[in-house]
Design a protein around this ligand. Structure first.
Ligand code: F6P
Length: 363
């Protein structure tokens, strides 16, 4: 047992539905079951750097289970060992880990629950090396963390994306159009794959399976010839043509992970129209995928992962990220997760099922 009295909690990286469910479960079990004080760190690692935190009460986590976002705030621009600050009009990087360690000491934080994706876990791994006691909880709509079969937030994002694809279906049919829907997911295709499968997309384009435009155009033309009035294409933002590169929307220079993807949907729509003569439109679903009420699945997953994190913490099993493996609650060392991406295997069961029912991956 670790005999803890006071712990900190932070949510870092891009937000996602279910973060509040984790915060609630950590505070409820921390205060109620383990008799701890829980300090909420504001805006992820930024609050640790800028010394912004407060002791959380049970009242603060009342009625937040169903709320999207995070009551603590988040930031995806504040990794302590590589923190960007503006000096004389330009961004420079500094290692502010010493400030972070001092703030933890001043607040008597004996251990931290760190909720985040791969960037957050990479930051946690460096803080662990410097002596902080941390347990990680995996979140991201992208589901791209290694060591866990699933992250909370993903199921809600899939439901949101599938609903959008369903809606696009009817307008595409009315106008005999190709509709391309660009979805998030960074360099992993889980979100596009699951949403496309759930909504019966005709083509799914994901980063792990580079596509040929000619193959995509061929599908649209074949469908048109047999009287199918619409073609729905779900494309992950990190998808790319064979021999091509990812499409970059912009570079966010003060972020430790500066590349923001975007533009592949528009490209696919334009090229499909050029090759087929069929009117094509694209939409980018964007941050709507990160919002809203978490699904029941994500609320349960977030709560159980949080409770498992608290068990590890009070047992003194630090340096671990809680995980789900083959339906069981497990944990993996954070340093084995940091900096890696859980990608879709081209022979994943979901890909095979999609191919079995005639969905094309454009290759
Ligand atoms: O990792 C979550 C995510 O939403 C990705 O799917 C997306 O590429 C990225 O974050 C967008 O980041 P930002 O919120 O900085 O635009």
């Amino acid at each position: 047992m670790a005999n803890l009295r006071r712990i900190g909690i932070l949510t870092a990286g891009g937000d996602c539905p279910g973060l509040n469910a984790v915060i609630r479960a950590v505070v409820k079990s921390g205060v109620g079951k383990y008799g701890l004080e829980v300090v909420g760190i504001e805006d992820g690692y930024l609050g640790l750097i800028e010394n912004r935190m407060h002791v959380m009460s049970l009242a603060e986590v009342s009625n937040i289970l169903t709320a999207g976002g995070t009551v603590l705030g988040s930031s995806n621009k504040a990794e302590p060992s590589n923190f960007a600050i503006q000096q004389e009009g330009r961004w420079v990087r500094r290692d502010v880990t010493e400030e972070v360690l001092a703030n933890c000491r001043n607040w008597n934080l004996e251990a931290l629950v760190v909720i985040g994706g791969d960037g957050t876990m990479a930051g946690a791994a460096k803080l662990i090396e410097r002596g902080l006691k941390i347990v990680g909880v995996p979140k991201t709509i992208d589901n791209d963390l290694v060591g866990t079969d699933i992250t909370f937030g993903h199921d809600t994002a899939v439901a949101t994306a599938a609903e959008a694809l369903d809606k696009v279906h009817t307008t595409a049919a009315s106008h005999h159009r190709v509709m391309v829907v660009e979805l998030m997911g960074r360099y992993a295709g889980w979100l596009a794959l699951r949403a496309g499968l759930a909504s019966g997309a005709d083509v799914i384009l994901i980063p792990e399976i580079p596509f040929r435009l000619e193959a995509v155009a061929d599908i649209c033309q074949r469908r048109s010839r047999i009287g199918k009035r619409e073609t729905i294409i779900a494309v992950g933002e990190g998808a790319m043509p064979e021999g091509g590169k990812v499409f970059i929307d912009h570079v966010d220079n003060n972020s430790p992970d500066p590349i923001r993807l975007g533009g592949i949907g528009k490209y696919v729509a334009q090229e499909t129209e050029r090759l087929t003569g069929i009117e094509s439109r694209s939409i980018v679903l964007g941050h709507v995928q990160r919002g809203g009420t978490p699904t029941a699945h994500d609320r349960i997953l977030a709560t159980t992962l949080a409770c498992h994190a608290m068990e590890l913490l009070v047992a003194g099993q630090f340096g671990q990220m809680v995980a789900v493996q083959q339906g069981m609650l497990k944990s993996v060392p954070i340093d084995q997760v940091a900096g890696k991406i859980h990608k879709v295997s081209p022979d994943d069961g979901l890909v095979c099922a999609a191919r079995d029912i005639g969905i094309s991956f454009g290759n």
